[in-house]
Design a protein around this ligand. Structure first.
Ligand SMILES: [Zn+2]
Length: 164
């Protein structure tokens, strides 16, 4: 589901918030989504599942995250995906840590090996952790800037990393 000015509520990922916090969080998420839209437009790429901005993802296991991706490439078998995600720290099932969030940027490139591994390879990872809603949204802003920078580098270089 695309995150817009009207919804969905972000508490599923960010936890309970005051009206003020919720408003600031939504403004931050929308701004990050607009930056992603601009990256997609610049690369003539495809954005997410729903065609714009950041999205709320609900996995069958119950995890929720705020997620976005831009896919672009040289051709159908040489695609690169730039992905940003804001997720609770327990997202991958680890409940031992203290409450918090992880903010991640991944770059994935189509496999260029022979024989083909049949999936994309993660060729770059950036992560930060946050312990408050405000810090999470600040990290999301940083992450989107990182994604924008990574997506400004030649796509051919990213594609080549899928064969290493
Ligand atoms: Zn491979």
């Amino acid at each position: 589901m695309t995150i817009t000015i009207d919804g969905p509520m972000l508490e599923g990922v960010l936890g309970w918030m005051t009206d003020e916090q919720a408003g600031a969080a939504r403004a931050g998420v929308l701004a990050a989504g607009q930056r992603l839209d601009a990256v997609a437009k610049r690369l003539r790429g495809r954005i997410g599942w729903h065609g714009r901005g950041l999205e709320m993802h609900w996995m069958p296991s119950g995890q929720l995250s705020i997620w976005g991706s831009v896919e672009a490439g040289l051709d159908a078998s040489r695609m690169v995906a730039f992905i940003v995600e804001l997720r609770p720290s327990w997202y991958f099932g680890d409940r031992k840590g203290s409450p918090g969030w992880e903010i991640a940027v991944d770059v994935e490139a189509d496999c260029q090996h022979s024989p083909d591994h049949g999936s994309m390879h993660t060729v770059f990872e950036w992560t930060r952790s946050a312990t408050s809603v405000e810090e999470s949204i600040a990290c999301l802003s940083d992450a989107t800037a990182v994604l924008d920078d990574l997506a400004s580098r030649p796509l051919a270089n990213w594609v080549a990393k899928g064969g290493r």
